[in-house]
Design a protein around this ligand. Structure first.
Ligand code: S3P
Length: 187
């Protein structure tokens, strides 16, 4: 199934929020790989990192994508920020559909996630330094994995959604269920 819309990007870039807005507009279901993994393991991502470690969590992400490839319906899929780091995962994402990179600056991430306790990789001393280091390591991977990128800094969520949709249609992507004019569902 290659018609999915996949949202990638750093923690706090707005994948889940944009995913929900897209889902209303396109009448497609939206899911989040972190939430699927949490539900399946009956544990939060933080608990999974604590008990099994990051490598194990990355393996769960791969299994999650493999399962999603079996789903018959096109969906909007928001993936954890570290998921595209594995080559195998990038391969699976390409098979799943169109990959959209929500590009955010470290400053915005730090502002949005200040005090957040749910991201194990940003806990402890100097979370801002961690954001900057991880972002520097990952930015090139996100760029090259994506079909296109949308900058999110300083924009309203609806503006980001509309820009994303415009670029998505430019790629030739087509909705499974065409939307009648003026037929947007309200959030
Ligand atoms: C991670 C991002 C998180 C979650 C985990 C690891 C990462 O997801 O998967 O904490 O390595 O960037 P979000 O991007 O949804 O915060």
């Amino acid at each position: 199934m290659g018609k999915n819309i996949i949202l990638i990007g750093f923690m706090g870039c707005g994948k889940s929020s944009i995913g929900i807005r897209l889902s209303y507009r396109l009448r497609m279901t939206v899911l989040d790989t972190d939430k699927l993994i949490e539900r399946q393991n009956r544990m939060s991502v933080s608990e999974i990192f604590d008990r099994f470690g990051e490598e194990e969590f990355r393996g769960m992400e791969t299994k999650c994508l493999e399962r999603l490839l079996q789903e018959p319906e096109a969906q909007i899929i928001a993936v954890g920020g570290g998921l595209p780091l594995r080559e195998r995962n990038r391969e699976l994402l390409r098979q799943l559909g169109t990959i959209v990179y929500l590009r955010v600056t470290p400053a915005t991430v730090c502002q949005r996630l200040s005090g957040d306790a749910t991201r194990p990789l940003l806990q402890g001393a100097d979370p801002e330094g961690k954001v900057r280091r991880l972002m520097a390591e990952r930015a090139g991977i996100y760029e090259s994995a994506a079909d296109f990128a949308v900058d999110v800094d300083g924009k309203e969520m609806d503006e980001i959604r509309d820009e994303l949709l415009e670029k998505l249609y430019e790629t030739g992507w087509q909705p499974v269920c065409p939307i009648p004019a003026g037929g947007e569902l309200q959030a």
